[in-house]
Design a protein around this ligand. Structure first.
Ligand SMILES: [Zn+2]
Length: 104
């Protein structure tokens, strides 16, 4: 499994949430992606930061949605941090290049 952003491995499937409280309503924004440790941490921190600022401004999000989003983002970040540092996959010759090597 490789990162959707940089193509490096290892990567894992993660979901981050952020809540936007709007007095009487609340909206949850999700992202589901396969990310390496570096890009996962960057995305997770951005979502966590925004939900910590925007997530408290309605009763439901204050009591229910935002604490769930924060806990689930922290759990996803913890799993991502357990991944090894991302490395590029070894370069492999394209079939055309490999064929050229044997014909010249
Ligand atoms: Zn990446």
């Amino acid at each position: 499994m490789t990162c959707q952003v940089c193509g490096r491995a290892p990567a894992m499937r993660v979901t981050f949430r952020r809540v936007v409280g709007m007095v009487l309503l609340a909206r949850t924004v999700w992202v589901k992606a396969t990310l390496c440790r570096e890009h996962g941490e960057r995305t997770g921190r951005a979502f966590l930061k925004r939900t910590l600022v925007e997530g408290w401004w309605s009763l439901f999000s204050l009591v229910i949605f935002n604490p769930i989003a924060i806990a689930s983002n922290l759990a996803a970040l913890r799993k991502l941090r357990a991944l090894d540092a991302p490395v590029a996959r070894p370069a492999t010759a394209r079939p055309a290049e490999a064929a050229d090597r044997f014909t010249t």
